[in-house]
Ligand binder design. Sequence first.
Ligand code: ADP
Ligand code: ZN
Ligand code: MG
Length: 499
Amino acid sequence: MTTQANVDYNVDYNVDYEAVIGLEVHIQLKTRSKMFCSCDREYFDTEPNSHVCAICLGMPGMLPVVNEQAVAYTIMAGLALGCDIPTHSKFDRKNYPYPDLVKGYQISQYDQPFCLGGKLDIEVDGEPRTVHLERIHLEEDTARLLHRDDGAEAYALIDVNRSGSPLMELVTQPDMHSGAEASAFLHKLRRTMRYLQIADADMEKGQLRCDANVSIRPRGQEALGTKVEVKNMNSFRSVQRAIEFEIERQAQVLAEGGRIVQETRGYVDATGVTVSQRSKEEANDYRYFPEPDIPPTVLDEATTQAIRARMPELPDARRARFESEYSLSPDEARTLTDSRERSEDFEAAVRAAGGGLARPVALLFIGEVARHLNELGQEAELSETPVTPAHVAELAGLLERREVTGTTAKEVLAIAFETGEMPAAIVEARGLKAVSDEGAIDEIAARMIEANPKAVEDYRSGKKSAIGFLVGQVMREAKGRADANTVSSLLRKRLDSGS
Ligand code: ADP
Ligand code: ZN
Ligand code: MG
């Protein structure tokens, strides 16, 4: 006998569902030492199990000491995200047995986290949206398990270097409605962390880890549906795809008359699906209790203010300022504030170029400079190249004074990216100065008219666009060093007068 799913053919397959998503995000903080000991936190690319001490291994009798820098970074993140910073917080022990938790408990925060509430404004498909936060708390990271399978047997290796590193956990309200929205939230969150220089938040490197809680409900219904927690995503793209898959899966289950069960599912990158890992019944009881070895934290107003004073201008504020201060469009300002470094390079170049050159400097950064950087990688910065803001400033000046043409400027910049030479020197050494002598250009124009009777005839018989071809010919002859507007007006003068 075959068993068959109990399909209810009376269900409405056309219910319009709305997805509801809440994220739990873990972010590694870029402190010098670990959360409760003096071990170096920068254990990357080092020997496994080389950065560890009795404290981060949880040996009996060892006392943890709170890393003040990690607390300051968490408060900074909270202030940047508009959270309330309560004066009283504390650490708690979260108890669970798992091989990645060498001491059998994790020091975390339960009911008195450092930051409460808050929000992040994002944009999805050009529409402004606000994602509200529940809280941000601070905890310690676990060891890393390395799963191996040598054919004969499967086993796991443990690297405790990561144990006890400061980890910030941020929990959003169930406020998002699509995979794209979750992805936009994570991008903006990463940019904010990088502006603050408290985390690199690179998902591929595990510096940002994200679990997605997903439910669906008939559109218009207020009560939330049963949520499923999705884990195992290791890029923004996979977060988006995992959520999109999960929404579809849940809609399908309901359409077939089934019920959503509360469970944890793992995303499988290779196939783009989520698979069940464990159900609610197997959920852990962590038996939280106040950490007995760490006194509660009291944060007075002065301390919070001192932390606030150390914060840089944030992306949204900087973008608004760029728009008004440099007369840039919202898109241009957004591109220039994409990273803190890029925005600072731009402003350094504007200062170096002197007043009035902000626009040509901006256009160089958005255009050719960005093109060269993108060739180096998605997140490449000018500091990784021989080109400095001073190069861009000098090139903008040459363009503004028409000492080089737009075509030559591209060539000059390409050479600068190769050699690091300054633009004026490149122009000088290679004879790339713009041909400003109208007589010389006019002489080339006359020769090109002579050599292209077909285009001349087209132009004179009313096909005015034929001039474009002739401009191209003159420009090529002048090796890109003639000004296109001058060329076109000299050609027109000759063609219209019949000479
Ligand atoms: P739990 O008690 O299971 O930890 P919480 O209420 O603490 O659940 O929420 C954890 C995360 O799940 C939060 O990001 C929250 O926004 C999200 N969440 C809660 N309920 C839902 C739901 N019905 N659908 C989607 N996300 C949800
Ligand atoms: Zn240690
Ligand atoms: Mg919870």
